[in-house]
Design a protein around this ligand. Structure first.
Ligand code: ADP
Length: 435
């Protein structure tokens, strides 16, 4: 301050002395003129620097800050320091902001920020996908104009945000179930979070269906057995009649037993997500076992043909492999009417994959059923399945066992022409020698 004041005094003194000298030399007018000229020099210099400052402000680039001398240089360099610090602060805040946005974008949940009148301030791309919003177009739109479902409007108006709201049939294809909840924050602002619970809902529905199916499957034989028991208890039956009823009860008991066994097998398979072990399974001996079983089940009603074309072994769980293969053979026998032919083959196909094939000349299956055959309790012919002691779980078990062995189950069938069930094992599960 003293420095500036000193300079000011020096200029004043210089102007005064020069003016005084000129006055003495050339008269009063010359004195005033010289005084004025000397004083106008710093004024002009200040105007020039002011112009530079204005130019700098309009360019907004630290590099464009002009150099100067004296007080102006001091002012410019202090300004430069301030501008640099401020720019650094702005950049740091911008970076933090970008990181917040990136974190919100990385969230698997839909996030929408609403202002105090429920207008959208910002949302992440998952929310755009869930609700068909485009933030560029819909920013500042009221959320109830964009999510028009009555249950959501009610939820928004009631302001009871303690519980989430489930909205079904959302998303671009209307196949998503979303759990939506609003959380108030800051001054009257709200955060809307949306979680995709489609898979969870599907799993719940499957569990419900499964329990209903099991109860239904159990209830039928139980009801029949209770009926027989009542008859035996209340009526005075002779021994032959009693034997007949006991035999029928035994059939129902066996049906329940195989249902419970299949359920346990399925539960064990589902509980075990690990791949099957790599134990060497000799197909030749399995084939002999499967053939004996098939002959007993068919009881001479079908023409059976077993063909083992390779000495290769499967690497897997022997018990599971026998269960899957005998399920396919037993289906072929049960669904093919007497007189039909069943062919069972084990060979390496032209891609080197191990193939277990069961081919029958049965009724065949129409194409709309094929993708659903491996679902639990899915049956094409309900009465034929029950009549022949089917539980509706056989192909679900086969599918699980195949998956545990990285194998695939392929089904080709044509109504009236029979079916081909093919278990295809990758070459990592095939071995030509006893390791
Ligand atoms: P199930 O115990 O009823 O046989 P599966 O899961 O083994 O149950 O089979 C599901 C359904 O697929 C059967 O109910 C039947 O309708 C059909 N199916 C399976 N194998 C054959 C086959 N070889 N020929 C015709 N239909 C079949």
């Amino acid at each position: 301050m003293i420095y500036f004041f000193g300079r000011f005094v020096v200029i004043l003194a210089l102007a005064a002395s020069l003016a005084w000298l000129s006055m003495r030399q050339w008269g009063v007018l010359a004195g005033y003129l010289v005084g004025f000229l000397v004083l106008s020099i710093p004024l002009i210099y200040s105007y020039v620097n002011l112009a530079r400052l204005i130019k700098f402000i309009s360019l907004d680039r630290v590099e464009s800050l002009p150099g100067s001398s004296g007080a102006w240089d001091e002012a410019f360099s202090r300004l430069e320091k301030h501008v640099r610090t401020m720019k650094l602060q702005v950049r740091t805040i911008e970076k933090q902001h970008e990181r917040f946005i990136e974190a919100f974008q990385a969230s698997p949940n839909g996030i929408i920020m609403l202002d105090d009148v429920d207008q959208i301030e910002w949302c992440n791309s998952i929310a755009e996908y869930f609700f068909g919003i485009a933030i560029q177009r819909d920013a500042q739109q009221r959320i109830n104009y964009l999510i028009r479902r009555p249950e959501f409007i009610r939820y928004l108006n009631d302001r009871l945000f303690d519980e989430p709201l489930l909205i079904e049939q959302m998303g671009p294809n209307g196949n998503l179930s979303l759990l939506v909840q609003i959380f108030p924050f800051a001054e009257n602002r709200r955060l809307l979070l949306a979680q995709d619970v489609t898979d969870l809902r599907k799993a719940e529905a499957m569990r419900r269906d499964f329990v209903a199916n099991v109860s239904h499957e159990m209830r039928t034989p139980l009801t029949v057995m209770m009926g027989f028991l009542e008859t035996v208890q209340t009526l005075d039956l002779d021994q032959a009649q009693k034997d007949e009823y006991l035999g029928l009860m035994m059939t129902q008991g066996k049906r329940m037993k195989s249902l419970v066994e299949d359920l346990l097998t399925l539960a064990n398979l589902e509980a075990n997500s690990q791949p099957a072990s790599m134990t060497i399974v000799p197909m030749k001996s399995i084939f002999a076992l499967l053939k004996d079983e098939a002959m007993a089940l068919s009881n001479g009603a079908h023409q059976l043909n077993f063909q083992c074309d390779t000495d290769h072994f499967i690497l897997g769980e022997e018990r599971e492999l026998i269960s899957a293969m005998s399920n396919l053979i037993s289906n072929a026998i049960r669904y093919t009417p007497a007189g039909g032919a069943i062919k069972v083959i084990w060979h390496l196909n032209h891609d080197g994959l191990g193939e277990f094939i069961v081919q029958d000349t049965g009724p065949g299956i129409s194409p709309e059923h094929l993708p659903r055959l491996t679902e639990r309790f899915y049956r094409v012919d309900r009465s034929r399945s029950r009549e022949t002691g089917g539980t509706g779980l056989g192909l679900a078990i086969v599918k699980h066992i195949a998956t545990r062995h990285q194998a695939t189950l392929q089904i080709d069938s044509k109504i009236g022409e029979g079916s081909v069930f093919r278990l295809q094992f990758p070459n990592t599960r095939i071995s030509s020698e006893l390791i």
